[in-house]
Design a protein around this ligand. Structure first.
Ligand SMILES: N[C@@H](CCC(=O)N[C@@H](CS)C(=O)NCC(=O)O)C(=O)O
Length: 322
């Protein structure tokens, strides 16, 4: 696993046991009134993201839907995380250079913020151009800031975290985070067969639960699109393209779940959403860059192929006639 230790980059680390996705290590907050020390202002903040990563996708979507594209600038990293330097600025389609710090690697952004930083170098990163540091690198926090603190500069009429639904949104977010967003990584990054076997059922049981919950419903909470839907969507939209094949999440496809499939398509077709989904980045990242992280000796549980299913009558009749 790639990691900074006391500000020094290490490219050859083994996967950390028991921990696949960790919470961000910079946890400051931007607030509309500035009381948190970081005031919401146009042209002050910058996002470092990857189109491959579902956690970064939360923030890309929020920035877009809240109309903050001219308020918060963005740099898009290469999907090629397999490089010894981890997240790099490259010249892939739809990527950008580091327009703020002029760096080649994301780990340089981390050590500029904290020269002795120890930990994972992850996307997304929210950077403050005034103080020259990382405000926050936890997507759940960044998503929340973008949807609640920037209404003076963006689309205030779209409330993605309505007061009256917050308790319910927080509850479903906790479930979706552990069982779905991180659930696919528990399966895909399992280092042993036993770990894999223990992770696959909870993931698909959670999908079954959501399939039932979405029966006759357009959105997860209430009857409106909220940040809970952003957080579920970013994993579901990657499911068949990447997680089914690259992360061995192959008991069922997303398309086998009528409600979840319809729900995901519905969100994909909402205005401005589709352009934030880049399947070329997603596939490149998951299939091409996890050498040494994904244990290729694990035997996947699926796909489920039902050979007890009788052949069609027409086929049998044709065989007899021949
Ligand atoms: N809790 C973090 C997790 C972010 C995360 O793990 N991002 C992945 C990409 S999908 C990453 O950058 N991984 C690099 C690494 O773990 O070294 C968040 O939600 O922001």
């Amino acid at each position: 696993m790639k990691l900074l230790v006391d500000g020094v980059w290490h490219s050859g680390f083994q996967p950390l046991k028991g921990e696949r996705i960790s919470a961000g290590s910079f946890r400051n907050f931007i607030s509309a009134d500035g009381s948190s020390g970081f005031k919401a202002q146009p042209d002050r903040y910058h996002l470092y993201v990857s189109y491959a990563c579902p956690f970064a996708h939360r923030t890309i979507l929020a920035r877009k839907l809240k109309g903050l594209e001219n308020v918060i600038s963005i740099s898009v990293l290469s999907p090629d995380w397999g490089d010894p330097n981890g997240w790099i600025f490259g010249n892939w389609k739809d990527t950008t250079p580091d327009t703020i710090n002029g760096f080649d690697y994301l780990h340089q952004v981390y050590t500029k913020a904290k020269p002795d930083f120890t930990g994972r170098v992850t996307v997304p990163v929210l950077w403050d151009k005034i103080t020259g540091t990382i405000v926050n690198n936890e997507s759940a926090d960044i998503l929340r800031m973008l949807v609640t603190e920037f209404d003076a500069f963006g689309n205030a009429s779209l409330d993605l975290y309505p007061q009256d639904l917050r308790a319910e949104i927080d509850q479903i977010n906790a479930f979706v985070s552990d069982r779905i967003n991180i659930g696919v990584y528990k399966v895909g990054f399992a280092s042993s067969q036993a770990d894999y076997d223990g992770a696959i059922d909870p993931l698909f049981e959670a999908l079954d639960t959501l399939e039932t919950q979405l029966s006759g419903k357009q959105y997860l909470v209430g009857d409106r699109f909220t940040q809970a839907d952003i957080r579920l969507f970013v994993t579901l939209v990657r499911f068949d393209a990447a997680y089914y094949g690259a992360l061995n999440c192959n008991l069922r496809h997303l398309t086998d779940y009528p409600n979840l499939w319809n729900y995901t398509r519905h969100i994909y077709h909402l205005p401005d959403v589709a352009e934030t989904v880049k399947f070329d980045h997603i596939k490149r990242h998951y299939f091409n860059t996890y050498e040494g992280v994904i244990n290729r000796r694990i035997i996947p549980r699926g796909p489920i192929v039902d050979f007890d299913l009788a052949p069609t009558k027409a086929m049998t009749a044709a065989a007899i006639a021949a």
